[in-house]
Design a protein around this ligand. Structure first.
Ligand code: ZN
Length: 389
C-alpha cells in the first residue's frame, strides 16, 4: 500500500494570489499549436521547423525509436533539423530527468528544444527536461489514454514507479502533434481510458465554476472558454464515443474517432487545466494509494469511478446514471470490483478516502466534503454500477 500523496510543485501557481476581498484573476493556458490527423508524424519536421526548432533532443523509448519516434527523426532529417536522440528508460523520475539534463548541458552544442514521443511518462519526462534546459517542448503522444499532452504539468515518480510529486511549469508545449493512425493502432483500452479521464473534465470544471473559491491548476478562476471546452468535451464523448470504438474495430479513421481523439487530448487537456479539477480526480488519486489498483488500472479507469462518486456527492443522480450508462457501454469501470477493490474492505476504502481528502483540489467542490460523505458517495457509485450492468 502506498502512503505518498501527490504534492504540488514548489513552483508558485501562475496566477498572483488574490488580494483580500478580491477574486483570483481568470487564467487560460494552452499549447501554441495543436495538429491532429492520420500520418502527421511524418510531417513533424515541417511543424517543428516552422516553430523554430533547429537542433532538438528527441526523447523516446527504445521501442518507439524502432517505430513512431523513428518516423519523427526521419521527418526532422528531411526538414534539415539536427537530432540528439535520448533513450527513455521507462520511469519519469528526478534521477532520470536530471541525468538527461546533465548530458545535454555538457554536450558541445546545446539543443534548442525537446521533442517527447510516446506515452504519458515520456511526455512528462520531456516537459520536465525542457523546463530544466530552459527550452520549448513539443509533445507527440502515441496514446490518447489521458489528457496530459497539452498541459504544463508533469507527474514525477520515484525510480520504483511510485508517484512522488507534480511540477507545474509556466509554459505549455509549443506543439502537440497527434497522429490519429498511431492512436488507432494502439490497444483500444487506452482510448477507452482516455474517455474516462476526459468525461471527468466537464463535471469537475462545472463544480469549479460553481464554487466561489474554485481555481484551476494555474491558481486562477476558470474562463468561460475553458468551461465551454469542458462541456463540449463531454457532449462529444456522449455523441461519438460508441461510434469511435466501432470505427476502431473496423480499423477506420472516421470523423467520430477523430472527434474522440480531440476530446480526449485537446478539449479535455484545455478544459481540465484551465477549468479546474475536483472530486473525480481526488477519488482517483485515492485509488492509486492501493498498490494493486495503481499497478493494474489506467488513470482514466480510476477517474471513471471518481466521476460517478463526484456526481453522487453532488446529488446529481440523473447525470450519474447517464455517465454510468456511457461508461458501461464503452467498457469503463462502474463497479469497485472492476478496478480490483472489494466494497466490503473498509480498511482499503479508508486509505482511498484519506488519500482523496488530501487532494488539494477537493476544495473546488461547491459543498464541503467530509470523509463520511466521500465514502458514502464511493459506495453509492458502486451500487449505481450494480444497477446499470
Ligand atoms: Zn486526469
Amino acid at each position: 500500500m502506498r502512503t505518498a500523496a501527490i504534492e504540488y510543485s514548489p513552483l508558485e501557481p501562475f496566477a498572483k494570489p488574490a488580494k483580500p476581498g478580491q477574486r483570483p484573476p481568470r487564467v487560460f493556458g494552452a499549447p501554441s499549436r495543436y495538429v491532429q490527423g492520420a500520418g502527421v508524424v511524418d510531417d513533424a519536421g515541417h511543424y517543428l521547423s516552422r516553430l523554430g526548432f533547429r537542433r532538438s533532443a528527441v526523447l523516446a523509448s527504445p521501442r518507439s525509436f524502432g517505430a513512431e519516434a523513428d518516423r519523427v527523426v526521419a521527418s526532422m532529417g528531411r526538414a534539415g533539423l539536427s537530432v540528439e536522440p535520448l533513450s527513455f528508460g521507462g520511469e519519469c523520475s528526478l534521477q532520470a530527468i536530471e541525468g538527461h539534463a546533465r548530458t545535454l548541458q555538457c554536450a558541445a552544442k546545446p539543443v534548442d528544444g525537446v521533442v517527447a514521443v510516446g506515452g504519458g511518462k515520456v511526455v512528462d519526462a520531456g516537459r520536465a527536461l525542457a523546463h530544466r534546459l530552459g527550452v520549448p517542448v513539443a509533445v507527440i503522444p502515441s496514446l490518447a489514454s489521458n489528457d496530459a499532452p497539452c498541459a504544463a504539468v508533469s507527474v514525477i515518480y520515484t525510480p520504483e514507479g511510485a508517484t512522488a510529486d507534480a511540477e507545474i511549469y509556466d509554459e505549455n508545449p509549443v506543439l502537440v502533434l497527434v497522429d490519429t493512425a498511431i492512436i488507432a493502432a494502439a490497444d483500444r483500452r487506452y482510448l477507452v481510458a482516455g474517455m474516462g479521464d476526459a468525461m471527468a473534465t466537464w463535471y469537475e470544471a462545472r463544480a469549479t465554476a460553481a464554487t466561489p473559491g474554485g481555481v484551476s491548476v494555474f491558481g486562477g478562476r476558470p474562463t468561460l472558454a475553458a468551461t465551454a471546452l469542458a462541456q463540449l468535451c463531454a457532449a462529444t464523448l456522449y455523441r461519438d464515443g460508441a461510434d469511435a470504438l466501432d470505427a476502431l474495430g473496423r480499423a477506420e479513421i472516421s470523423d467520430a474517432l477523430e472527434n474522440v481523439v480531440e476530446a480526449n487530448t485537446l478539449l479535455s487537456g484545455l478544459g481540465y487545466e484551465s477549468g479546474g479539477i475536483a472530486a473525480a480526480h481526488a477519488v482517483a488519486q485515492g485509488f492509486t494509494l492501493i498498490e494493486r489498483v495503481h499497478n493494474n488500472c489506467l488513470h482514466g479507469e480510476m477517474v471513471a469511478m471518481g466521476v460517478l462518486a463526484q456526481l453522487l456527492l453532488e446529488g446529481d443522480l440523473a447525470e450519474a446514471e447517464k455517465a454510468a450508462g456511457f461508461f458501461a457501454a464503452v467498457g469503463l469501470p462502474v463497479r469497485l470490483a472492476n478496478i480490483g477493490i472489494d466494497p466490503d474492505n473498509g480498511q482499503e476504502l479508508g486509505v482511498v478516502v484519506a488519500g482523496a481528502m488530501a487532494f488539494p483540489f477537493l476544495c473546488n467542490m461547491p459543498d464541503p466534503v467530509t470523509p463520511e460523505r466521500l465514502l458514502a458517495a464511493i459506495l453509492a457509485a458502486d451500487e449505481l454500477g450494480a444497477r446499470i450492468v
